[in-house]
Design a protein around this ligand. Structure first.
Ligand SMILES: C[S@@+](CC[C@H](N)C(=O)[O-])C[C@H]1O[C@@H](n2cnc3c(N)ncnc32)[C@H](O)[C@@H]1O
Length: 252
């Protein structure tokens, strides 16, 4: 699926997209690696549950990432943790090509890619209580107030994400926009299935490498905030089915 198809796939009344189609140029190498690799490590979008163990050919902790951009962080993490499996979701074609190239060059066996809107992937393809972790690093900040409704980390999506984590599984978000960081902390704190792993913002976990962009920002005095929550253990009563349905209707 290309960028246009990804955008059209969620273009139905009431669905507010967290991304816009960008005209970013796809380099010849990105194009070539995407064509060569997506047949083996790409997972086509289907509106039904997928068997993640079958997808990776083993049963290991599975971490889902929303919006991997050009994939440098994803590849670095997957390389450092061969004992875990990583499912990256991105809509942007140059980024998909770029991660395919990194996977090929680094010989990664534990990284798969879905090129589709992550909201639909989570809702349709991922079974409840399966994921060991979710990464959402530097999601589009949508800084203008009138665009805040496009921000990914809203109560309905956080609720969906929490439901896909297994008990004890973690949700790790990071941003360099202070007001979005505060929004993340507030939204995750009000999700009943989740509990904070820190008193407020978390120290950057060792597994998240700093990007060049982030290092430059830090040198210029910009902040970066990590937020790491965990799904509560099984014995916490889940939200009522009715309330859950109401929340999911907000995403439809
Ligand atoms: C600001 S970039 C950050 C990229 C990367 N995580 C990083 O830290 O460099 C956000 C990315 O999320 C992707 N994205 C936004 N909404 C998405 C969605 N609903 N599904 C999949 N990808 C999405 C965008 O295409 C973009 O590449």
């Amino acid at each position: 699926m290309d960028d246009q198809q990804a955008e059209r796939s969620v273009d139905r009344p009431g669905h507010i997209r967290s991304f816009v189609r960008r005209q970013g140029r796809v380099s010849a190498a990105q194009q070539r690696y995407r064509e060569q690799m997506m047949g083996s490590i790409g997972v086509p979008y289907v509106a039904e549950r997928v068997d993640l163990d079958a997808l990776f050919g083993r049963s290991a902790p599975q971490i889902l990432e929303i919006g991997f951009g050009m994939g440098e962080t994803s590849a670095a993490i997957a390389a450092r943790h061969p004992e875990q499996d990583y499912l990256g979701i991105e809509v942007h074609t140059p980024g998909v090509g770029s991660l395919c190239k990194l996977i090929a060059e680094m010989g990664l066996a534990n990284q798969r890619i879905i090129q589709h809107d992550a909201v639909e992937v989570l809702r349709e393809m991922i079974a409840p209580a399966t994921l060991a972790g979710v990464h959402v690093f530097f999601p589009d900040p949508w800084p203008k107030k009138r665009h805040h409704k496009r921000r990914l980390l809203q109560p309905a999506l956080v609720s969906l994400l929490a439901s896909r984590l297994r008990p004890g599984g973690y949700l790790h978000t990071a941003t360099d926009w202070q007001d979005y960081a505060e929004q993340m902390l507030a939204v995750l704190s009000s999700e009943a299935l989740l509990e904070n792993t820190a008193p407020g913002f978390a120290p950057r976990p060792d597994y998240r490498p700093q990007t060049k962009f982030e290092q430059r920002g830090l040198r210029l005095g910009h902040g970066v905030w990590d937020v790491v929550f965990r799904r509560r253990p099984e014995n916490v009563p889940p939200r009522s089915l009715e309330a859950e349905n109401d929340r999911q209707d907000q995403l439809a």
